[in-house]
Design a protein. Structure first.
Lengths: 574, 368
């Protein structure tokens, strides 16, 4: 028993003759990647805002902070985020409860329809709602005005209220999904024991069900809050024409107006710091308001939860649900394709005005559109593969190796989750356009780097989840059979988490396909992405072609979603 | 007086995968006031569904349920009282204590619903906690407590309003064996103190026999037998009840010319008398492993297949004809593996060989 005396890990390693083991090598690589992709851009922003030629200088920041335009943008951002979070949470909560705890029919259909907005790019939704409800030319407003004979539109979508409405449509699923799954996991006897104790249905909802789903509500509301504060697409499409700015759109405007000059980027960076401060404060405030405990509500012996009979409200509730789904899912989808088929924008939506020219054009003729499709596929696939692999590696270090510094890894990896995309883009510009003697500006690689940083958190979360399912003893068993750490990793762990990795790829591929915010700041003449191309064509006023390209994008996303569903279903089946 | 009355109660579920399943089939039952009555059976037998019908979590498909002289469910009058109006106390298997409320508030919940005065709430909760040995833990949250303590909270919450009927749905099966025994006594003590009528669902036959005044065994939604624990153990009505109440050997035999031949016995008969009312030519002979003697000579000839020393007894496996039977012997007679021996059955129960329920049907019922 010679080895039993060599207790320390180091002594054992000396015995092996190696200086580093696989775990340490992986840790070092992981930290390096995260520092370069995530930490560096953030540091560059702070440096460029507060330092000028190596000396501390806060004048720029103070100047930006006292500009009434910027304050107005900040105030708009806060107002929008507040209403989107509050109303979106209520909407998500209501429908989650209706589907999880009432006897409303068509649950399966509605459940899948309610998560559709989750995958639909919000800026395309904003375009659709612009087509329907812009004050003078929106189809619904025109119909309304011709019916009433007046000149006042039904609703002006180019307003704060309009922006709030469209964002709610795309962000309420965050709460819906969280609360739905919490309700599904909740032990039904928690509610039943309250009934037996004499509480009626309403009291049970108020005193038991609601308090128990508060953590889920808080998690969903936090996602809405972060997303809305940092959201760019909807306010950009609906607000620019009316000079309604939010912080993200203001940052874009500052950089865009200065045509990418260093001074403009520095100003944008200052506002970025402001935006991050707002996000952090909002999160802190929200955490105070919704003191989220963590309850163990996992079900024991499974029994169907008692469904609440809606009785005479059953049909009205069903109508409300279907109407709501029709408005937020079907209507925008319909208008995008309908206008995409139109010969010219402004013509009435009649069959004789329809043509497939626009789709032909974006798919086969227009160089810009075809480049965009090619670029987006290249970027999404490579970002998907790289981020998935790197994310899995980092997750492996965090979950399985558990080294001393894993806290840093977690923070760095999940940081981009709460860093607005536009801020990340500014950081990437500052880092990779020559400051470190590497200039990637205007090339496709700078966009790739930004995507990798932006979606690292997705990959990390999904890979951690599937790695936690693989019990440590499986790898230990392989090592006891004589395989090295690396061989065990390759032959045992990897095959087991492969389905999770494929799903992880699509979790990056899909949002990359519909990405707008970071690409819009980073694209060069030949590196437009789908989002950028749709946005630019739309800004040029070529609405029908923008819609056609948007339609193509939606079809690609639907196909990707479909494949993802197939994969995850297979996983559950096993 | 009868306290819980079920008349022709039937409950059917329609499931997507398995079609129509009759979970509870024409159950008739009278539970007396102050009685501790157990429902015993394997999972999927319908015992929990019956309890949930009494509690009001499921509506009947047909039949009637009464609590004393008050009807709570009458299907053909379409009368159904929701659970909160039935005034019952109930304890669930998974404890079901609310994680967002502390011990005091968990127990006070039923009183708060009744809008009792503050002093009354304080007093009654204090009493309930004292009776369940939880005094001093008022401010703790469930997550800080052990499984046994959590189940005590559930118990305290169920008795705090002093209900007449207490429903217990496998309350001890999430606890470890030692704790289970302690809690068994505590429940029995509580009943003695307050004279509740207890309806107790379990799949553990020793638990049922230790606690109950009377009990029933259920299988496939049908009541197989209702009796006192002693009667039930001594005279199981059919093979299923026999098998469920303890370790058992089932020996299939052929009968001819008044002799009893185990299946595959090469013409050697067992020395026993055929009951006068038994007229079939095949039978199942049921015996408990501790009711069989191993003899050096005489008895039914057999060979020891294996011998296991289990501290307080020795277990042997022996072939009788083609059937392997288990024998538990409390004194070591020195038999070794492979020794020849004689088997003597001291008590045999005779059951018809015809009643076999298909395993497929049993599987199908697991979903409910």
């Amino acid at each position: 028993m010679r080895t039993s005396k060599l207790r320390g890990k180091n002594e054992l390693r000396k015995l092996d003759g190696f200086k580093f083991d696989t775990g340490q090598i992986l840790l070092i690589i992981s930290v390096a990647i995260l520092i370069v992709t995530v930490a560096l851009p953030m540091l560059m922003i702070i440096y460029n805002v507060f330092f000028y030629k190596w000396s501390f200088d806060w004048k720029l920041f103070a100047q930006m902070l006292t500009d009434p335009d910027n304050l107005m943008a900040m105030w708009n951002t806060i107002k929008i985020a507040f209403f989107v979070t509050a109303l979106g949470t209520l909407v998500g909560l209501f429908f989650a409860w209706l589907i999880g705890r009432s006897d409303i029919p068509l649950k399966g259909l509605m459940k899948s329809l309610f998560v559709v907005p989750y995958m639909f790019p919000p800026f395309i939704g904003a375009m659709a709602w612009g087509l329907l409800l812009s004050p003078r030319s929106g189809y619904i407003n025109k119909l309304f005005m011709s019916l009433t004979g007046g000149r006042t539109p039904l609703f002006n979508i180019n307003s704060l209220a309009g922006i709030v409405f469209v964002e709610i449509c795309y962000y309420f699923p965050f709460v819906f999904i969280q609360v739905s799954s919490a309700l599904e996991r909740m032990d039904p006897t928690l509610e039943e024991s309250a009934r037996i104790a004499g509480a009626n249905q309403m009291t049970v909802i108020r005193k038991i069900t609601m308090p128990l789903v508060v953590p889920a509500i808080a998690a969903g509301a936090m996602l809405i809050l972060i997303s809305s504060l940092s959201h760019f697409g909807v306010p950009a499409i609906l607000g620019f024409s009316r000079n309604i700015f939010t912080l993200p759109t203001k940052i874009y405007e500052l950089i865009y107006r200065s045509a990418g000059s260093f001074e403009g980027i520095r100003r944008g960076a200052s506002l970025s710091v402001l935006l991050v401060i707002v996000v952090v404060l909002a999160l802190a405030l929200q955490r105070r308001l919704l003191q989220a405990g963590h309850y163990d509500i996992i079900r024991g012996k499974s029994m169907r939860p008692m469904l609440i009979k809606l009785r005479r409200f059953k049909i009205p509730m069903l109508v409300i649900c279907l109407l709501f789904l029709g408005i937020i899912v079907v209507l925008p989808l319909f208008i995008i394709f309908a206008v995409g088929f139109l010969k010219a924008y402004g013509l009435p939506l009649k069959l004789e005005n329809m043509t497939v020219e626009n789709f032909k054009n974006v798919l086969f003729v227009s160089k810009m559109a075809r480049d965009a499709i090619k670029n987006s596929f290249f970027l999404s696939i490579s970002a998907g593969i790289i981020t998935m692999l790197v994310g899995t590696m980092i997750a492996y270090v965090i979950v399985k190796i558990k080294p001393k510094g894993k806290g840093i890894l977690e923070v760095l990896g999940l940081l981009p989750y709460s860093i607005p995309g536009i801020v990340l883009a500014v950081g990437v510009i500052l880092t990779w356009s020559g400051a470190l003697h590497i200039n990637l500006y205007n090339s496709i690689w700078i966009i790739l780097i930004a995507y990798i940083a932006r979606y690292m958190a997705f990959s990390l979360k999904s890979a951690s989840a599937s790695l936690e399912q693989v019990h440590n003893s499986l790898e230990e068993a392989s090592r006891s059979c004589g395989a090295s750490h690396f061989e065990s990793l390759l032959d045992v762990t990897m095959p087991l988490i492969r389905p999770g990795m494929v799903a992880g790829f699509f979790l990056i591929f899909l949002p990359s396909m519909r990405e707008l915010t970071t690409s819009l700041l980073l694209y060069g003449p030949f590196t437009r992405t789908l989002g950028v191309a749709i946005y630019s064509i739309n800004e040029e006023g070529n609405t029908v072609q923008a819609c056609a390209l948007a339609g193509v994008t939606i079809l690609i996303i639907i196909a990707g979603e479909f494949i993802l569903r197939l994969i995850t279903r297979e996983r559950k089946g096993r | 007086m009868d306290h819980v009355i079920l008349k022709n109660v039937t409950k059917t579920f329609v499931t997507k995968a398995f079609g129509k399943v009759t979970a509870v089939n024409n159950v008739n039952l009278n539970i007396k006031e102050g009685e501790c009555f157990s429902f015993l059976g394997p999972s999927g037998c319908g015992k929990t569904t019956t309890l949930r019908l009494i509690a009001g979590f499921e509506d009947l498909s047909s039949g009637e349920i009464w609590l004393g002289d008050q009807p709570v469910s009458i299907k053909n009058k379409n009368f159904y009282l929701p659970p909160e109006k039935r005034g019952l106390g109930m304890v669930f298997q998974a404890f079901a204590v609310w994680p967002h409320l502390n011990v005091f508030e968990n127990v006070a919940f039923p009183l708060r619903i009744l809008k009792k005065e503050k002093s009354v709430v304080l007093d009654k909760v204090k009493q309930a906690l004292k009776h369940t040995n939880l005094s001093g833990l008022e401010e703790k949250f469930p997550a800080e407590l052990s499984g046994g303590q959590q189940q005590r909270i559930a118990l305290a919450r169920a008795i705090v309003t002093n209900p007449k009927v207490l429903l217990l749905d496998e309350p001890l099966s999430n606890l470890d064996p030692k704790l289970r025994e302690i809690m068994r006594f505590e429940i029995k003590d509580l009943q003695k103190k307050f004279n509740f009528t207890i309806v107790y669902v379990t799949h553990d036959q020793t638990e049922a026999m230790a606690l109950s005044d009377r009990m029933l065994v259920m299988d496939m939604g049908v009541i197989q037998q209702i009796d006192t624990p002693t009667n039930m153990y001594n005279n199981p009505r059919n093979k299923f009840v026999y098998g469920f109440l303890g370790l058992s050997n089932f020996l299939k035999v052929n009968l001819s010319d008044g002799k009893v031949y185990p299946v595959g016995s090469d013409g050697v008969s067992i020395d026993c008398t055929i009951p006068v009312d038994f007229s079939e030519d095949q039978a199942i002979l049921a015996s408990r492993p501790n009711e069989i003697d191993l003899l050096p000579e005489g008895g039914y000839p057999a060979r020891i297949k294996s011998r296991l020393f289990l501290s307080d007894y020795i277990e042997y496996r022996v072939d009788v004809g083609q059937t392997e039977i288990r024998i538990q012997s409390y004194e070591d007679k020195g038999f070794k593996d492979g020794d020849l021996c004689g088997v003597k059955f001291n008590r045999l129960k005779w059951y018809s060989a015809k009643e076999e329920i298909s395993e497929a049907e049993r599987e199908r019922r697991k979903v409910i």
